[in-house]
Design a protein around this ligand. Structure first.
Ligand code: GTP
Ligand code: MG
Length: 444
């Protein structure tokens, strides 16, 4: 259909017709209900509160069952998220319930980063859903949606004010999840103190700009109850799975030496209000808000981060295809630039190494020449010394031969002229100057 036809079609006035008889499309809501029931529902609760504040007890009390409860230690080095999923059934409605515990919250000496693992967990669930949505073959129909629908934030019943950890964490979470603040272990705080505590908490949340979940008042059917309940926030709750006999009825309560705190007694605590609001009245709104508000925000930011836009700079619609093409070109350009940079870097590096190697070679050559010269000089000196020594040796040998000749001549002469002995002896010892006798026989 051409664009002009489309415009004409949408501008055409819609005409009301009355039906001649029953057609059957009034069963559409029933069809939807039946489809939803067959499909089942998922609901994911995040419990944030310090260790031992009563998170598990409250979950057990809320769903009237015993989920596995594992006590957390106070020595966790960081906050860690522990999800557990359960299949529940009430009448013919199946609910896949996931309870996520922020284990170790508030136990670290430095709590600056305590909120981070929680934010990361929430974002990861959004990311998983977005990835499923972006798949070519999506199966959102049977996808296990793990996005957090509500965060029950357990406030310690100090009666004073919120801790800065509470304010920082709630502020970091409020754009990502529906927060319902609750005062835990409300049986440990007196009625008048509780009233003041609630007012203080609400004023602190407002002054710090923390957005908590407001029960919706736009649906007439629940507007009244929801607006009344909004005024009761934060709910002060008591949890217990213990059953105590009150009158002739067994009720869930906490028993003390001075009396019994009944969990489901509205004059004792707000547990029933919380259960009504969370499960019976607003569960679907929490799921819807998660999808339309929090997930939508995450998706928009993520797609914008990836470079997708709905309109171009002239406010004209920008198609996904065009965005993809622009991004692809940008990416290829950048890739080429990077490649060129890397190639240039490689060439420079090779040149540098080559120059370094040449310099080293030159130095080595110089060193070799120097050593060679020293060696030749030494060799020459040694050669000279050797010649001198040889000459000395030759001279010595000549003198030695001369002395020996003289000795033998004088011996011969002595044997022939014994009378001339003294005279010859004298001659024998008057050797030419510079000559000396180093060895020889002693002559008498
Ligand atoms: P971790 O999972 O270890 O962080 O603890 P938790 O927050 O799940 O607390 P848990 O439910 O295990 O309760 C800890 C202790 O607090 C138990 O002894 C509970 O009986 C007690 N407790 C739970 N709820 C309440 C309550 O409403 N009032 C009082 N006074 N004690 C409670
Ligand atoms: Mg627990």
């Amino acid at each position: 259909m051409a664009a002009t036809d489309l415009e004409r079609f949408s501008n055409e006035e819609k005409r009301n017709l009355s039906l001649g008889g029953h057609v059957g499309f009034d069963s559409l809501p029933d069809q939807l209900v039946s489809k939803s029931v067959t499909q089942g529902f998922s609901f994911n609760i995040l419990c944030v509160g310090e260790t031992g504040i009563g998170k598990s007890t409250l979950m057990n009390t809320l769903f009237n069952t015993t989920f596995e409860t594992e006590e957390a230690s106070h020595y966790e080095s960081a906050v860690r998220l522990r999800p557990r999923t359960y299949d529940l059934q009430e009448s013919n409605v199946h609910l896949k319930l996931t309870i996520v515990d922020a284990v170790g919250f508030g136990d670290q000496i430095n709590k600056d980063e305590s909120y981070r693992p929680i934010v990361e967990y929430i974002d990861t669930q959004f990311e998983n859903y977005l990835q499923e949505e972006l798949k070519i073959r999506r199966s959102l129909f049977n996808y296990h949606d793990t996005r957090i629908h509500v965060c029950l934030y357990f406030i310690t019943p100090t009666g004073h004010s919120l801790k800065s950890l509470d304010l920082v964490t709630m502020k970091k979470l409020d754009s990502k999840v529906n927060i319902i603040p609750i005062i835990a272990k409300a049986d440990t705080i007196s009625k008048s103190e509780l009233h003041k505590f609630k007012i203080k908490i609400m004023s602190e949340l407002v002054s710090n700009g923390v957005q908590i979940y407001q029960f919706p008042t736009d649906d007439e059917a629940v507007a009244e109850i929801n607006s009344v309940m909004n005024a009761h926030l934060p709910f002060a709750v008591v949890g217990s799975t213990e059953e105590v006999k009150v009158g002739n009825k067994l009720v869930r309560a906490r028993q003390y030496p001075w009396g019994v705190v009944q969990v489901e007694n509205e004059s004792h605590c707000d547990f029933v209000k919380l259960r009504e609001m969370l499960i019976r009245v607003n569960m679907e709104d929490l799921r819807e808000q998660t999808h339309t508000r929090h997930y939508e925000l995450y998706r928009r930011c993520k797609l914008e981060e990836m470079g997708f836009k709905d309109t171009d700079p002239d406010s004209q619609p920008f198609s996904l295809q065009e965005t993809y093409e622009t991004k692809r070109k940008e990416f290829l350009g950048e890739l080429q630039k990077k490649e060129e940079e890397m190639r240039q870097m490689f060439v420079n590096k090779v040149k540098e190494t080559e120059a370094e190697l040449k310099e080293k070679e030159r130095e080595l050559h110089e060193k070799f020449e120097h050593l060679k010269r020293i060696h030749q000089e030494e060799k020459r000196k040694v050669e000279e010394k050797r010649r001198e020594l040889e000459e000395e040796m030759n001279a010595f040998n000549r003198r030695k031969v001369a002395v020996e000749t003289l000795q033998s001549q004088s011996l011969q002469a002595t044997s022939q002229q014994p009378l001339k002995k003294d005279k010859d002896k004298k001659n024998f010892f008057s050797l030419p100057s510079g000559c000396s006798i180093t060895s020889g026989r002693h002559v008498n």
